[in-house]
Design a binder for this molecule. Structure first.
Ligand code: ZN
Length: 287
């Protein structure tokens, strides 16, 4: 299958069966995947999406392999976007943000569910849907002799502003690459977590180091890269995804998408942002 041209179309028909799509060139593959030839196949998305990103779909397809998001009924400005409570697959990149006012419902304090030493502070909160898988993941890591710490979870818009301003002061040339622009952070969804390894400071020679690309050389980072998908977590910012996400490599940042999709992405070598953008029938929002 041509990787760059691989799409999921099944949900399009389920979500918008009445919609008249351009004549598709879909090929049914062994369930649950469907490939389709795209009119345009850029190696990376344009920061300003064009009509070429609108993907034709087949109304004949009726099954869905994953709990893919419902198609946006109306494309709205990204700064007004408020994701549905059950939508785990909201596209967020440097181009596609969400409303500053969006706060997910049902955030839970992780220190209520995990050992004290596995959570950085009582302020670390996430959506309910990923608490149980995360507790299992941490338990299994600790059983394997590892010492992971959940350093960060939900981050509201105002916290993002503070984080971004701090990076701008410390590293003005790269602030937009190493920290999401406020309103463009997966942390605002309450579905993303940042992991810390106690091996990191010694590894990089900086006792204050919290996030560093060398996380992938730590015992915790290696385990997560190999196993996080089995708990439903996907690496949001792999090295090769920068052209799509707008952010640099973050081996510590994982987002909950469910076991099926996380496993598919891991095993096929795809990354979440590209998959989501190629799977959408319409642009997720207007930047
Ligand atoms: Zn993060």
């Amino acid at each position: 299958m041509n990787r760059t041209l691989t799409l999921f179309l099944l949900f399009l028909a389920a979500c918008a069966p009445e919609r008249a799509f351009p004549s598709p060139t879909a090929t049914i593959l062994p369930a649950p995947f469907v490939a389709v030839t795209r009119a345009a196949s850029p190696s990376a998305p344009s920061p300003t999406p064009s009509a070429a990103a609108v993907i034709p779909a087949s109304p004949a397809l009726t099954a869905t392999p994953f709990p893919l998001p419902t198609a946006d009924p109306v494309v709205i400005a990204c700064n007004q976007r408020k994701p549905a409570a059950d939508d785990l697959l909201v596209v967020i990149t440097a181009a596609f943000g969400i409303s500053p006012e969006y706060v997910p419902k049902g955030l839970l304090q992780l220190d209520q569910y995990l050992p004290y030493s596995a959570v950085y502070s009582p302020q670390v909160r996430v959506r309910k849907v990923l608490v149980e898988p995360l507790v299992r993941l941490i338990k299994d890591m600790r059983t394997a002799g590892l010492k992971p710490v959940i350093r960060s979870g939900y981050r509201g818009y105002h916290d993002q502003v503070a984080t971004y301003e701090r990076w701008q002061q410390e590293n003005p040339d790269r602030a937009g690459l190493i920290s999401a622009i406020p309103g463009h952070s997966e942390h605002q969804l309450g579905l993303a977590v940042d992991f810390y390894s106690p091996e990191l400071p010694d590894l990089v020679g900086d006792p204050a180091m919290v996030y560093h690309s060398a996380f992938d050389e730590t015992s915790e980072g290696k385990w997560l890269a190999q196993n996080a998908h089995r708990y439903g977590f996907s690496l949001s910012y792999p090295l090769e995804a920068q052209a799509w996400t707008g952010l640099t490599y973050e081996p510590w940042h994982f987002r909950y998408v469910g076991v099926e999709l996380a496993t598919y992405l891991h095993d096929s070598g795809q990354f979440l942002t590209q998959f989501l953008l190629e799977s959408r029938p319409v642009l997720p929002c207007v930047p």
